[in-house]
Design a protein around this ligand. Sequence first.
Ligand code: IMP
Ligand code: MG
Length: 179
Amino acid sequence: MHADLNQVLFSEEQIARRVQEIGAQISRDYAGKPLVLVGILKGAVIFCSDLARAVSIPLSFDFMAISSYGAATRSQGVVRFIKDLDRDIVGKDVIIVEDIVDSGLTLSFLMDNLMQRGAASLATCVLLDKPDRRTTDVKPTYVGFVIPDAFVVGYGLDYAEMYRNLPYIGVLRPEIYTK
Ligand code: IMP
Ligand code: MG
């Protein structure tokens, strides 16, 4: 385990197993449909690339980037576009792929925005769900794991852009972000 972590929440093997399960579920739910995975940069990149390979039906993927909250560990509720989709999603069955849903502000902003673009359907897939801190009524369609209110890093999730490459997910020691 990385020295900046308190605890490993999910090992590489646990994550891989859960990603396979979600991929199989999506393959059943979207068979015969024009599926587009929309990964949210940068946190969802690793999840999205593993998930895409766990889906056995044809799909395309695209990416969007919105502002993160820098080195803070709490969402400020300010969401700003940095990169839009490359292709339109008219008539497509879209799944937004996100690393984690916390307050839900990011996901509800993205859903409102993509809903207006003529997709045939819109669903959400998050690796982690932190329901204790929800301030919106978003309920993700697919959830990898429900977690308690702790700041976690690894498998794409960062603190100040670090730790994204850890192959497991762990709780960051509070000393790291309070000093
Ligand atoms: P929300 O808008 O409050 O739901 O926050 C969602 C975004 O905050 C995610 O896309 C993450 O980038 C970030 N985030 C929330 N909780 C954590 C965490 O525990 N670790 C790392 N990033 C987090
Ligand atoms: Mg994010």
